[in-house]
Design a protein around this ligand. Structure first.
Ligand code: NAD
Ligand code: AHE
Ligand code: ZN
Length: 368
């Protein structure tokens, strides 16, 4: 079949809108019509050329929602018309990682996914007979996609696609990092570095679990009003203080119980660790730093009890947890609507990247 898609032809180039060929689902695969997709900073990171796994030409996008159109042989858990959210972190429930119950990082298809391929090492997309690569196993910048069954969360059918697509990455990443990875307790002091599409979700989850002080750090002063709406009690603009770490240590009587880095900058990752409380403070790295970057701190920071850890997709097990997060949204426990600042048709997807880079948008959602 044919599908309309935005193609990343090469690093740094604007996406090109084209009609591409899409082969149908093979065994264990599902054809999905994508109704809406968010644009995440990670799409921009890969498009920029900084991602060591970046491969071109590819169809980017990993924050979508849509409807099952057809299923391949052997698919048992999904059928036509089911509403689904594609998962860049699948959940096979059979691999060593899934069975460990210690991580959400299912590895069943990770190696082919990282090479832009389906599990059988081929692509379903092509243009003029040449392969177009998949991205993060999802490629939601295409109106139709083929994904393995294990990479789809089935969600309730009354939830609006143009909002729940954001649960495909940003919402789950931010909310999950607080609830599943850090397990923040009521009364904790929390610091969020980067008040964008991820950081504001960290913030609303910190408020939801009853955090005490919620300190936001961002160089964009325009983020302050929105962040206060999402639970921020104190704002630190790094351009307005001599030393960000000292400012946070003073505000928190010795340091944060938890900090979350939602920028992807190795300097702010260090600050996020070092502003944590001696003896117990935990810093969670969410931001993705470009190829070649490394984090550093004095080992003394760890010897004296601070903990550095990371979180991918908020530690969420997609098929199990994503339907629950959709329920939380439908029950008004989390606010997604106010974070989606722009809606665009696919033809204007490049404007979504411009809005992100200029700091004007929190999340742009593309509607098919
Ligand atoms: P975004 O562009 O919406 O937000 C980034 C924010 O950081 C902006 O508000 C910006 O003003 C602020 N910022 C930039 N440089 C700063 C600095 N030096 N000091 C303070 N603030 C600064 O991006 P996003 O979509 O929220 O993504 C944030 C990061 O999280 C990216 O690196 C993205 O790739 C990553 N990410 C990781 C996961 C995961 O599973 N680990 C999932 C999604 C996104
Ligand atoms: N190819 C990238 C990987 C970047 C990365 O860490 N991705 C996150 C999701 S970001 C979503 O917006 C992730 O889930 N990582 C775990 C994994 O297995 O990729 C790079 O930098 O190499
Ligand atoms: Zn993302």
């Amino acid at each position: 079949m044919k599908t309309k898609a935005a193609i990343a032809l090469r690093a740094g180039a604007p996406l090109a809108i084209a009609t591409v060929d899409l082969d149908g689902p093979k065994a264990g695969e599902v054809l999905v019509e994508i109704k809406a997709t968010g644009i995440c900073h990670t799409d921009y990171y890969t498009l920029s050329g900084a991602d060591p796994e970046g491969i071109f030409p590819a169809i980017l996008g990993h924050e979508g929602a849509g409807v099952v159109v057809d299923v391949g042989p052997g698919v048992t858990t999904l059928r036509k018309d089911d509403h689904v959210i594609p998962l860049y972190t699948p959940e096979c429930r059979q691999c060593k990682f899934c069975l460990s119950q210690k991580t959400n990082l299912c590895q069943a298809i990770r190696s082919t996914q990282g090479r832009g391929l389906m599990p059988d090492s081929t692509t379903r997309f092509s243009l003029d007979g040449e392969p177009i690569y998949h991205y993060m196993g999802t490629s939601t910048f295409s109106n139709y996609i083929v994904v393995p069954e294990i990479a789809l969360a089935k969600v309730r059918s009354d939830a609006p696609f143009d909002k729940i697509c954001y649960i495909g990455c940003g919402v789950t990443t931010g909310v999950g990092a607080v609830i599943f990875t850090a397990k923040v307790q009521a009364g904790a002091n929390v610091v969020v570095f980067g008040l964008g599409g991820i950081g504001l979700n960290v913030m609303q989850a910190a408020k939801m679990v009853g955090a005490d002080k919620i300190i936001g750090v961002d160089i964009n002063p325009a983020r302050e009003d929105m962040a206060r709406k999402f639970g921020m009690t104190h704002f630190v603009n790094p351009k307005k203080v001599d030393n960000v770490v000292d400012a946070i240590v003073q505000l928190t009587d010795g340091g944060a119980d938890y900090s979350f880095e939602c920028i992807g900058n190795v300097q702010t990752m260090r600050q996020a660790l070092e502003c944590c409380h001696k003896g117990w403070g935990q810093s969670i790295v969410i931001g993705v730093a470009e190829a070649g970057k490394e984090i550093a701190t004095r080992p003394f920071q760890l010897v004296t009890g601070r903990v550095w850890k990371g979180s991918a997709f908020g530690g969420a097990r997609g098929r199990t947890d994503v339907p629950k997060i959709v329920d939380w949204y439908m029950e008004n426990k989390i606010n997604i609507d106010d974070l989606i600042t722009h809606h665009l048709p696919l033809e204007r997807i490049n404007e979504g990247f411009d809005l992100m880079k200029s700091g004007e948008s929190i999340r742009s959602v593309v509607l098919f």
